[in-house]
Design a binder for this molecule. Sequence first.
Ligand code: PEP
Ligand code: MN
Length: 361
Amino acid sequence: MSNLDLEQLREKVDAVNLQILSLINERASVIQDIGKLKEKQGVDRYDPLRERHMLNLLRENNIGPLEQKTVDHIFKEIFKSALDMQEEDHRKALLVSRKKKAEDTVININGETVGAGNPSFIFGPCAVESQDQVSKVAEAISGKGLRMIRGGAYKPRTSPYDFQGLGLEGLKMLKKAADQYNLAVVSEIVTPSHLEEALDYVDVVQVGARNMQNFELLKAVGQIDKPVLLKRGMSATVDEFINAAEYIIASGNDQIILCERGIRTYEKATRNTLDISAVPILKQETHLPVFVDVTHSTGRRDLLLPAAKAAIAIGADGVMAEVHPDPAVALSDAQQQMDLNQFDEYYDALMKFMKQYEMQV
Ligand code: PEP
Ligand code: MN
């Protein structure tokens, strides 16, 4: 074969490549139209019967020289690329998606603008245990000029024999302490049936890690007119976390704060593994404020400060940590709550850190 022949054949291959490119792009745009139709009709994007039919048709018409299994392989890839593209379009269309809304969602909680650029802080005991307990913590929080207090009244405990929380009575105590010190109440609700009674006492409804995929609860908090602090499930992927938030926004409530609280891994040095990279991913993918709960992610008092610094440095909109007047006798999470002195030291150190890098509260 002369060099000229080779050149001509190569030109032919280039031309065929371009034809294939143009055809698979044409195919992709038809698939996009199909995707839009399916979305409107609420039909699943992947249809195995349809895929089988297309493969059969190709088999019947394959005159070679390509072997059938090669043709199957190539077309499976083409089918998959179209499906990936539809998934991507679908993700961009999510209401929580940054592609859908470019600006940050800013939530006003008791005069505190959450998500506006400066970190916010939520402190308070793991569980509400007594009026005196929550009042002491509320006083310490308000002494720092902060605006929110947390405390669990309905506690989702791993064991049914562990302290289950004081329920509505606990919420009333928390609200009383919060009112006295002009704080907003952040508290977990575990079932839609508690929501109505709780709303008189709660300013921010927390959906806990164990309930991140309690879809009925997500839909219920989607119908209220109060901010929701949604915690990441302990074995939830970022994608599942984003979809849980989508449940809330799709039901009408866009005041959502995402909270990374560590995920379960094989690592035992910490209670959970703080997935710090989830913070910038969630900030990129969604327009929602993102918090980091340093208490439940690390489960270690000595790691609360470095984890909070990391959270702020990586762009978190806020940090949550647990504070109890006497952690040694706390009814839950005794290992990891800060006492009031440790709280002072922790907050001072965090403020110093932020000042050093010219960040503001
Ligand atoms: C909590 O914040 O009180 C709590 C129980 O945390 P999580 O749902 O993240 O375990
Ligand atoms: Mn706790």
